[in-house]
Design a protein around this ligand. Structure first.
Ligand SMILES: [Zn+2]
Length: 70
């Protein structure tokens, strides 16, 4: 008789570590004030805008705000 492998699919999904929330990177504490990255005006608080030297961009709704420095 041929032996059957026991390590076949049994409905168990391989465990994958979830990516850690990186929201803490948007907060920085300087002395006693908490500085926060700007929120998206469309998605509301909780959705942070990605900031570049001349732009702010929301990855959720693709809202883009240009920063004009004069
Ligand atoms: Zn948004």
């Amino acid at each position: 008789m041929a032996k059957k492998k026991k390590s076949e699919k049994k409905g168990k999904k391989p465990h994958k570590n979830k990516p850690t929330s990186k929201k803490y990177t948007k907060y920085s504490i300087e002395s006693e004030k908490v500085k926060r990255a700007p929120n998206c005006p469309r998605c509301g608080p909780g959705t942070f805008l990605m900031t570049t030297p001349n732009r702010q961009y929301c990855g959720k709704c693709h809202y883009t705000e240009f920063i004009s420095k004069k």
